[in-house]
Design a protein around this ligand. Structure first.
Ligand code: NAI
Length: 256
């Protein structure tokens, strides 16, 4: 796909860049001229994504980074700034799900793991990204929330609560940092064909895929490309007055 966006020489940091939205976003931002800092808990896989970008003439550094770990996030952002001299765009995308169960059947470990990555992880990334962006006097942050952050999600209560939390972080930071020329927004995808969704559908078995499609106003799942194109638009320089926005990318699911 040809990109219509120009991110020449902009420094873009992406978490969870080894798979799904993060992996394709890395490729698309690189094709649009960005210099990339790619982090993931899966060190080998994120290195492979960076190597592929470098092999086609792009610039990318890869680093093992567990977003739930303060020191690793601080080191990742510091490495990005040391390498490229700045950080223009932070895409806080890393996320996990949890076993589908009723709330009373989930336990403390499920809470700690899910919200450690999905909510605390976004807070930590924002903390260190914003520290750099305040110093620069400019920046863009895009958090990957979920339609589950806009609605209740039966059997995924901890995932849903963490994604509601990401939206709270996004809106609060937008109000705090707008006057500093830093835009903070969130996207809320639902059921796009990434490994996260495909694995969960496999685990659910039966008619899960058909049921999901039937329950969506557009009667299909989302393509990863559709989400990534919205990421490019959300972060591009021309989209300069969008701040504090929470954008559903869900075929209309959250409109119901
Ligand atoms: P994915 O499973 O394909 O990719 C997630 C990536 O995050 C993986 O590379 C994984 O290794 C990495 N990761 C997991 N834990 C990490 C940690 N502690 N630190 C750093 N990296 C970590 O999933 P997908 O679908 O691309 O998800 C990306 C984001 O989009 C997540 O935040 C997810 O909640 C969100 N999302 C996805 C939807 C979908 O339809 N696929 C729907 C709504 C939200």
């Amino acid at each position: 796909m040809q990109t219509r966006y120009d991110f020449t020489d902009q420094v873009v940091l992406i978490t969870g860049a080894a798979s799904g939205f993060g992996e394709l976003a890395a490729q698309r931002f690189a094709q649009a001229g960005a210099k990339l800092a790619l982090g993931d808990i899966n060190a080998d896989a994120v290195q492979a994504v960076a190597d592929k970008i470098k092999a086609t003439g792009g610039e990318a550094l890869a680093m093992a980074c567990d977003v739930s770990n303060n020191d690793q996030v601080e080191a990742f952002v510091a490495t990005c700034v040391k390498t490229y001299g700045r950080l223009d765009i932070g895409i806080n995308n890393a996320g996990i799900s949890h076993p589908k169960k009723r709330l009373h059947q989930l336990d403390e470990a499920n809470w700690d793991q899910t919200n450690g990555v999905n909510q605390k992880g976004v807070f930590l990334c924002m903390k260190y990204e914003l520290t750099q962006m305040v110093e620069q006097g400019a920046g863009v942050i895009l958090n990957v929330a979920s339609a589950a952050g806009l609605m209740g999600s039966p059997f995924l209560s901890l995932y849903s609560s963490g994604k509601h939390g990401v939206i709270g972080l996004t809106k609060s930071a937008a109000l705090e940092y707008g006057k500093m020329n830093i835009r903070v927004n969130a996207i809320c995808p639902a059921f796009a064909k990434t490994p996260l969704v495909e694995n969960s559908l496999k685990a659910s078995g039966g008619k899960s895929r058909e049921n999901l499609m039937a329950g969506n106003p557009m009667k299909r799942l989302g393509e990863v490309e559709e989400i990534v194109q919205a990421m490019l638009w959300a972060c591009c320089k021309d989209n300069s007055f969008m701040n504090g926005a929470v954008v559903p990318l869900d075929g209309g699911l959250a409109a119901s």
